[in-house]
Design a protein around this ligand. Structure first.
Ligand code: SIN
Ligand code: CO
Length: 394
C-alpha cells in the first residue's frame, strides 16, 4: 500500500488523497506521462491471438462492417477474420487481459491507493487509424491508459442515462456528441485519462499501433445490490418470520389496504434487511465474485493438509489465481476473509496475508489456521502454484 500523502507521477503529481478528494467520481483528469517511458507489454498480434482463444471475451467493432455500420462481432475469432479487415476504422477489444498476462496485471499495482475489490479488470483495445467504438457513456470509473501509439480523446461532458442513442445497432453510441471546450487531446504512450461514470467520451486511434488499456472499476447498481442482498439475507430467515398483525383493529372496509398494515410490512422489511453485520458479509461476498466463474476451477482431486505442506516445500510459492478476488474485514474482533464470493473465518493476520497479492511462501504456514485455510483455497481453485503466464515471457 502506498502512503496517501506522497505525490504520484501516475496522478500527475497529485497525492492519492488529493486525487480522491477532487477528481475520483467527480471529474475527468488528463495526466501526461503518468508512466513515463512506458513500453507496451502487449503487441497488436498478441492481442489478436488472445481474441482467437475460446473462453476469452473479445469484441470487434467495425465502423463500416460488411453487414452494416458499427457492426459488432464476438470472439473467438480466427485468422480469416483479421485478414479480411480493412486498413482503417475498426477496433478489437479484449476483456480482462490482466487475467491472462501478468505483465498487463502489473499495471494494477499502480492503483493500490484504491481498494482492490473495487477493480474490475483491464480491457485492452487495439485500433488502426480511425478506429473507435463511437462516442458513448460508461457507467464505471475508468483510467484510459495509452500503452502504445496515439489516440485522440474528446469529452462531451456529463451525460444523462437516458441520452438518445443510435437505434438499430449493437453498440450504445450517442446520437449527438458535442466536444466540450478544452477537452480534446491526443494521448501519447504513457499518458492517461481518468473518467468518472457518466461522461461522454470518444477515442479515435491516430496510428497503426494504438493500444489502449482501460483500467475499469466495479460498482454494483442499486438494483443489483438490493436484489442480491435480499436474496442473501432471505436465506437466513426462518419461514416462521412473516407478516403479523396481532392486536390489529377491525377492518373499516374489508377491501382496503390500510396505512397501519402497510407500515407493519415496511417494518418487517426494514428490520430484517437493516443488519450492518449481514450487509458487510454480503458485500464482501458480492465484491469478490469472480468476473469469469470458469477461471476459478476447483481441483478434481482435493489435496489434504499434509500434501499441501509437502508441495509448498517442493514446488515453491503459491499465487492468487488471476481471476480470483480477495478481501478481508474485521468486525467486533472477528475476521472474515472473502474469496471468490465465499466468506472464511480466520485470524486478521492470516486474512491480510492471503488477501495480499504477493506470493505465499512456506513461512505463511506459521500463521495459526493457515494450513487448513490455504488447503481449502487451493482445493477451491483460488490459489495455485501455476501462474497462468501463457506466452508472456518477461
Ligand atoms: C477503447 O479502448 O477503444 C474504448 C475504451 C472506452 O471508451 O471505454
Ligand atoms: Co468508454
Amino acid at each position: 500500500m502506498q502512503p496517501s500523502d506522497k505525490p504520484l507521477t501516475l496522478l500527475g503529481d497529485l497525492t492519492p488523497a488529493e486525487f480522491l478528494a477532487s477528481y475520483w467520481q467527480q471529474k475527468p483528469l488528463l495526466i501526461r506521462g503518468a508512466i513515463p517511458d512506458y513500453i507496451s507489454p502487449i503487441e497488436p498480434d498478441e492481442l489478436a491471438g488472445l481474441a482467437c482463444e475460446p473462453g476469452i471475451e473479445a469484441r470487434l467493432v467495425e465502423e463500416d462492417g460488411p453487414d452494416g455500420a458499427w457492426q459488432v462481432s464476438h470472439g473467438p475469432f480466427d485468422e480469416a477474420t483479421f485478414e479480411r479487415l480493412p486498413e482503417r476504422n475498426w477496433s478489437l477489444l479484449v476483456q480482462a487481459v490482466d487475467h491472462y498476462l501478468p505483465s498487463v496485471a502489473a499495471l494494477l499495482e499502480e492503483f493500490d491507493f484504491l481498494p482492490r475489490w473495487r477493480l474490475d479488470d483491464i480491457m485492452v483495445s487495439y485500433a488502426p487509424p480511425g478506429g473507435s467504438v463511437g462516442p458513448h457513456v460508461d457507467q464505471y470509473d475508468v483510467f484510459l491508459f495509452q500503452a502504445s501509439g496515439q489516440r485522440r480523446w474528446q469529452l462531451g461532458g456529463q451525460t444523462r442515462d437516458d441520452a438518445p442513442i443510435i437505434q438499430g445497432i449493437d453498440l450504445r453510441i450517442l446520437e449527438t456528441f458535442e466536444v466540450e471546450e478544452d477537452s480534446d487531446w491526443v494521448l501519447e504512450p504513457g499518458d492517461m485519462l481518468y473518467l468518472p461514470p457518466g461522461w461522454a467520451h470518444h477515442g479515435v486511434s491516430q496510428t497503426d499501433d494504438c493500444i489502449t488499456m482501460s483500467v475499469g472499476f466495479r460498482a454494483p447498481s442499486a438494483d443489483e445490490a438490493v436484489t442480491s442482498y435480499a436474496d442473501y439475507r432471505g436465506e437466513q430467515l426462518p419461514a416462521s418470520l412473516r407478516y403479523s398483525d396481532a392486536g390489529r383493529a377491525p377492518a373499516a372496509d374489508s377491501g382496503e389496504l390500510d396505512d397501519v398494515s402497510v407500515e407493519r410490512m415496511r417494518q418487517l422489511i426494514l428490520s430484517t434487511l437493516d443488519n450492518p453485520q449481514q450487509i458487510a458479509q454480503w458485500f464482501g461476498r458480492a465484491m469478490t465474485q469472480p468476473k469469469y466463474v470458469d477461471q476459478v476451477v476447483p481441483l478434481d482431486t482435493p489435496m489434504n493438509e499434509a500434501s499441501l505442506v509437502a508441495q509448498l516445500q517442493e514446488d515453491g510459492p503459491l499465487y492468487q489465481m488471476p481471476g480470483s478476488r480477495f478481501a478481508w474485514r474485521t468486525e467486533n474482533g472477528a475476521t472474515t476473509l472473502f474469496v471468490d464470493g465465499e466468506g472464511y473465518t480466520c485470524t486478521e493476520a492470516l486474512a491480510q496475508r492471503l488477501a495480499s497479492p504477493t506470493p505465499l511462501h512456506e513461512d505463511v504456514l506459521e500463521l495459526p489456521g493457515a494450513k487448513a485455510l490455504i488447503t481449502q483455497l487451493v482445493n477451491a481453485g483460488s490459489l495455485s502454484w501455476l501462474q497462468d503466464d501463457d506466452d508472456d515471457e518477461e
